[in-house]
Design a binder for this molecule. Sequence first.
Ligand code: HEM
Length: 530
Amino acid sequence: MVKLSTDLSSTNLQLLAGGVIVAILVLDYLRYKKGKLHLKGPTPYPIFGNLPQMGKDAALTFHKWSKTYGDVFKVIMGEREVMIINTAQAAKELFSDQGGVYIDRPQFHNFHTVLSSSAGTTIGTSPWDESCKRRRKAAATALNKANVQEYIPIVDRETLALIEDLYVQGKGGKIELDPHQYMARFALNTSLGVNYGMRLDSIGDDLLEEIITVEQGVSNVRSTTSSWSDYVPLLRKLPTGNKGVENAKSFRDRRDQYMNMLLQDLKDRIAKGTDVPCITGAILKDPEAKLTPIELSSICLSMVSAGLDTLGNTMLWGVGYLAKRPDIWEKAYEEVNNVYGGSVPDATEEASGYISGLYRECARYFSVLKLSLPRATITDSVYHGVKIPAGTTVFFNAWAIHHDEARYGDVANFRPERHVLEKEDAVHQPHYSFGIGRRMCVGVHLANREMYSAFAKLVYFFKLEPGEEDYDINPETACKNTYSLAATPKPFKMRFVPRDPDTIEQWIQDEKSRNDLKIASSISKKTPAA
Ligand code: HEM
């Protein structure tokens, strides 16, 4: 009797569980059917939507899907409907022609509720409001074309450090180097110079490594495609679903420490009168400045983080690839010599079209931010007769645009000429790595000048050679972590072989004696915990 009732209750339980599952699936199906965004897209799975179908590299999958579902289609990521833009024409119609609509940024659980810290969030992750407008305006003004010209000595200083370290630590080309840290330091130090008037000196410096490690970790947390718990709230309840949250918390604390330290260091230098002109110093000293302390922190955080993964990685992919393409590298050398008459190239202006084409082609070919930074619509709007509701999350697939044959033709070929030397219109809009429209990258002028300066001098001083061990540098297969926001190549080694050691040594000596290149490096060697 007792056994019979146990059997019955276990059968009842199974039936009940089955019923609940069926009800969830039916409700889920109805939700998808009802969805607010009526664009075509792949059929979703229950609960997870298209997340399990997106593969390891979502940008590449979306590119393939665009052939079936069109330039603009929809994917369902857990609870969220996401609009994917895959062509330059659609990007223009939406981000430029309807710029005021596509101006917002979406919020994500792991990033916005956990990683936001005492330093606030970056401009690039902030929803559009009065505060974001003020911060963006301040950063965009500080980094406009005219002001970037004032920062050329800082770019020169970091190019010198790059060339010197590659020469000295590569023992004149005899030793293979992993160029990752060198490129990251170049990017970070330029931003620190511009923003705080300081730099971190040597590769291996504790603080330098801490910032590079944490910002790389944040880039992983910010991944728009790997954190399923951002899209499926149910997963947040599971013990494993909190992994992203734990990572985010630890990076937030470490980030807070060095951001506070960098700001305090600048304040100390201002108090002692030993500071040099810089963006944050100008704001701190301006009695009329209308920014709150948290807004100032947000600008600082944007400056420290925005160029690091993006610029450092574009250059890293570039040198790794070009070490295997001496035909292009030597052509660039010839062009630099023609333009600069055999002298060391300088970065006061982009005189060599070929070098401009070279770094722009790196930006296109490798597309380090394959899905750019996510956007959101701020009001209802219409695209080709389809209503796009306010609050829609939008991914801009820069990878798909950069590999759109209708626009670029031979997309698989690395060809610097395509940007500056062939098409008139290409000069103005050669690639979309900096985004487009009203939330486009505000660091574009600085970043371009940095890449021009570094590539021109690298070409002038070195031949590049791959290391003994072969490596993959194809952007489709060589990403270290395909889920990360910014694409980093798997580690590799290469040689920077000086064309003429005497010329490099003489130049390093001359440059070092120039007074305007002296920038404080007061907190170098201190760890954030110190
Ligand atoms: C090769 C280097 C770089 C690349 C590829 C890059 C790319 C991008 C992209 C794709 C966006 C989003 C644009 C959009 O939504 O349309 C962005 C935003 C931004 N970038 Fe860059 N960036 C680079 C360097 C820099 C540097 C050096 C700085 C500053 C020092 C910077 C500051 C910013 C800021 C503040 C935003 C946020 C703009 C907003 O949300 O309104 N970037 N960047």
